[in-house]
Design a protein around this ligand. Structure first.
Ligand code: GLY
Length: 129
């Protein structure tokens, strides 16, 4: 088990990252990510994407107009020296087209690397159920 403070730091950073994605807050997202971020996510259609440009496209579209709430369910944190892996199911609550609340879910693994005092996001993998 990672030390409690490290675990809490990583969970807080990951929540901040997810909130930035939801709010289309590019400045915060860019600050948390390494420029060479790699990922597999459904939007990439089975390809490994490297760099931030692919993600910037979605931020430039703007945030959802409705309130959004993001929950990491049963997050697991594994720290291996200067690298950490955070895995969880992400629940997203928002209003659907008919203004009724809907919840979507996906599985995510996010990899962080510590550089000095700061953790930077270096890789993630998102799968749909
Ligand atoms: N698609 C951006 C992210 O999940 O980090």
């Amino acid at each position: 088990m990672p030390q409690d403070a490290t675990r809490e730091d990583l969970l807080s950073l990951t929540q901040k990252l997810l909130n930035a994605i939801s709010a289309a807050d590019w400045k915060t997202y860019e600050q948390l990510c390494d420029p060479s971020l790699t990922c597999f996510e459904p939007e990439a259609r089975g390809h490994l994407v490297e760099g931030l440009g692919f993600h910037r496209y979605y931020f430039d579209l703007g945030a959802s107009k409705s309130a959004v709430n993001i929950t990491m369910v049963e997050p697991h944190v594994r720290v291996m020296g200067d690298v950490a892996v955070v895995s969880y199911v992400r629940l997203v609550q928002k209003l659907g087209p008919d203004s009724a609340p809907v919840t979507s879910q996906c599985e995510e693994t996010r990899v962080w690397q510590r550089r000095g005092d700061a953790w930077r996001h270096v890789h993630f993998h998102r799968s749909l159920p």
